[in-house]
Design a protein around this ligand. Structure first.
Ligand code: SF4
Length: 308
């Protein structure tokens, strides 16, 4: 467990990307983590912050397919569709472009455990990650920022940093898309949504770095940007969807310290230092959980009454 799989800091991000296939092979030769897993996946780590017991249930029994998940995957597929690129073109795109949105596998060893994950989108600008964007779908009501969303984006940025990227100005964007969003609209907004986030990144990076607080992009904030948005009908369209709550964006500052703290807590589960997975304390989560009938800690089961 203590051996270093990735000599993260010794290499540039270009070398890290070129060497990724070899590094991934090397992971399999290392002592396994909990449930025999060779690495921890970022989405599992973030789910620990939703309900660690749920991660345990998924690893024991497999993930259940639900209609909500299927719809979420369809929206991801439509809004985040990207072209495949050759590695060297990809590296040049990252290095030279003013805005280069990409989806790439990230891998690094942090705090002694190998971690891999694929963010929905990393938008690079002249060799640096400008923002990491995670798309979440939501149903009725208002889209809310949850800690597990933040943890996920935060750890992606940490992996980017460990792979040699300069994340000193990276912002984290949590984008909520209403599940009922029409498929044609999803296609139409694919690139404008990235451009709008780039504008928001330029506008708010310094503010986020100073306040270290998340910002919800409200109608009032969009109104401030109206001078820029009104010149481009596709950006205006995204802004209208945001004003009608069909789309929502939270900007979150990246903090290496927070990412490492969260990771240290999560790590104890993967190394079996914390043998008993932590169940959520929120009955509402159990009420919609596909494992409610088999989970020993479910609020639907009698054992819940013993919880604090
Ligand atoms: S039933 Fe509740 S405690 Fe159990 S896995 Fe689901 S959300 Fe977690």
């Amino acid at each position: 467990m203590s051996e270093v799989v990735f000599n993260n800091k010794m290499e540039s991000w270009e070398e890290n990307l070129r060497d990724l296939p070899q590094r991934l092979k090397a992971i399999n030769e290392k002592p396994p983590l909990r449930h025999g897993k060779p690495y921890a996946i970022v989405s599992d780590i973030s789910e620990q912050f939703y309900c660690e017991m749920k991660v345990e249930m998924e690893l024991r029994y497999g993930r259940a397919e639900t209609e909500m998940k299927r719809r979420g995957e369809e929206i991801h597929e439509e809004i985040l569709r990207m072209e495949k690129a050759e590695l060297e073109d990809f590296i040049n795109g990252i290095k030279l472009s003013r805005l280069y949105p990409a989806s790439l596998l990230l891998a690094a060893e942090v705090e002694g455990i190998p971690i891999i994950g694929k963010p929905d989108c990393v938008a690079f600008s002249r060799g640096c990650p400008a923002f990491v964007s995670e798309l979440k779908t939501f149903g009725g009501g208002t889209f809310r920022l949850h800690n597990d969303h933040v943890v996920q984006a935060m750890i992606y940025a940490l992996l980017l940093e460990e792979m040699g990227f300069d994340c000193s100005r990276t912002t984290l964007h949590i984008v909520g898309a209403r599940r009922e969003l029409d498929q044609n609209i999803q296609k139409e907004i694919r690139m404008p949504l990235i451009y709008l986030q780039y504008i928001l990144h330029l506008k708010f990076t310094d503010h986020l770095r100073t306040t270290q607080r998340a910002v919800y992009i409200s109608k009032e904030m969009l109104a401030i940007l109206d001078g820029i948005l009104s010149k481009q009908s596709d950006l205006k369209r995204v802004a209208e969807l945001m004003s009608s709550n069909a789309l929502s964006i939270f900007l979150v500052p990246y903090s290496r310290e927070k990412a490492l703290n969260d990771l240290r807590w999560a790590k104890a589960y993967w190394t079996n230092e914390r043998k008993e997975p932590k169940p959520t304390q929120k009955p509402g989560k159990c009420a919609v959980c596909e494992f409610a009938d088999r989970c020993p800690a479910s609020s639907s089961s009698s054992s819940f009454s013993s919880k604090p």
